[in-house]
Design a protein around this ligand. Structure first.
Ligand SMILES: [Zn+2]
Length: 328
């Protein structure tokens, strides 16, 4: 942060807020300039070193070695599985300049249990495997999952209703109708997620369906025509009835389930009064540092505990809460 921060906390409180989260920090160069370069794409598809990541029912193919990793395959796999492949997506170039693609397989039987992918690994749910992958691999898997899911949900033109087709190496969909021609881009839905602070305590809430004992940062979609700061103040007011003054950006996390970007904020409460809204929360309250410290410890050491707990460590809610413990 380069500007002085208003409010009771000094500027020294805020600079350490830049965090890297699971699903961020991809090791790939997205190389967007190559997406429309048909000659370059054709070369990359033919190159023997080019890498292909298959997903099946949005699960990524994982090589289960000592440390799980993405199970990259040669492009020749496409010849074997042509009938079950949907859009081929150019993800980018790796650190050695090797092209990386993803493909979604639409096939009934698990392709990792027989045929071309037998022995290549296991198709695993992205959220389940992410904590065991390196940050780079988890981010690549997030990118692939989000794009494959977006294609599946946007097969038809939102303007005229006819079937669209993938262009630009699987990163855009185009309407072929001569009198329409609309272009459709992958969507990312902004969600604000925030901890509010009052003196030496932190506001968290819980929703009725959550596991017993779990409390988390409040969160909600940013609405059309609304800033991040306004959405943060509105959500905390609607859900917990807490008046908010200054709002500070903390960090963000791609959350490809299916297409959210979690925008983490720290909000300064103007009073400790809480009035829980009728719709969403079962409870909201202020937590002391000692309580949060214990919840962080439990999240790492006793993930199945039914005592007071945060969401899992891969979540931005857990990471922001943990940040606050050491914030000043
Ligand atoms: Zn159209």
């Amino acid at each position: 942060m380069t500007h002085p921060v208003p409010g009771p906390r000094g500027a020294e409180f805020w600079p350490a807020m830049q965090h890297c989260h699971v699903f961020a920090s991809s090791s790939l160069d997205r190389a967007a300039h190559l997406r429309r370069d048909e000659a370059a794409l054709a070369e990359m598809k033919k190159a023997p070193e080019t890498r292909l990541l298959p997903l099946w029912h949005l699960r990524g193919l994982i090589a289960l070695e000592a440390k799980p990793a993405l199970s990259w395959q040669p492009m020749a796999l496409l010849d074997d599985l042509a009938d079950s492949c949907k859009e081929l997506i150019f993800l980018g170039l790796d650190e050695d300049g090797v092209a990386c693609f993803a493909v979604g397989l639409e096939i009934e039987g698990n392709p990792a249990k027989s045929g071309a992918l037998d022995g290549a690994g296991k198709f695993i749910d992205v959220r389940t495997i992410a904590p065991q992958l390196g940050y780079g691999d988890a981010a690549i898997l997030a990118q692939a999952r989000a794009l494959i899911d977006w294609h599946a949900r946007h097969r038809f033109c939102a303007a005229c209703g006819i079937a669209t087709e993938a262009i630009d190496a699987g990163t855009v969909r185009s309407c072929p109708a001569p009198d329409c021609g609309a272009l459709h881009f992958p969507r990312t839905d902004p969600v604000v997620i925030m901890i509010a602070l009052w003196q030496d305590s932190c506001l968290l809430g819980r929703q009725p369906p959550w596991p017993k004992g779990r409390y988390s940062a409040l969160a909600g979609f940013v609405e059309p025509g609304e800033s991040i700061e306004e959405a943060t103040r509105r959500e905390i007011w609607e859900e917990a009835g807490v008046k908010i003054g200054a709002v500070h950006y903390h960090s963000s996390q791609p959350w490809p389930f299916p297409s959210s970007l979690m925008i983490g904020c720290v909000a300064e409460a103007e009073s400790p009064e809480i009035n829980i809204g009728a719709d969403e929360l079962e409870d909201a309250r202020w937590f002391s540092r000692d309580e949060i410290r214990e919840m962080v410890r439990r999240g790492i050491e006793e993930p199945d505990s039914e005592e007071l707990a945060l969401p899992p460590p891969l979540s931005i809610a857990f990471q922001m809460s943990n940040w606050w413990l050491n914030a000043d």
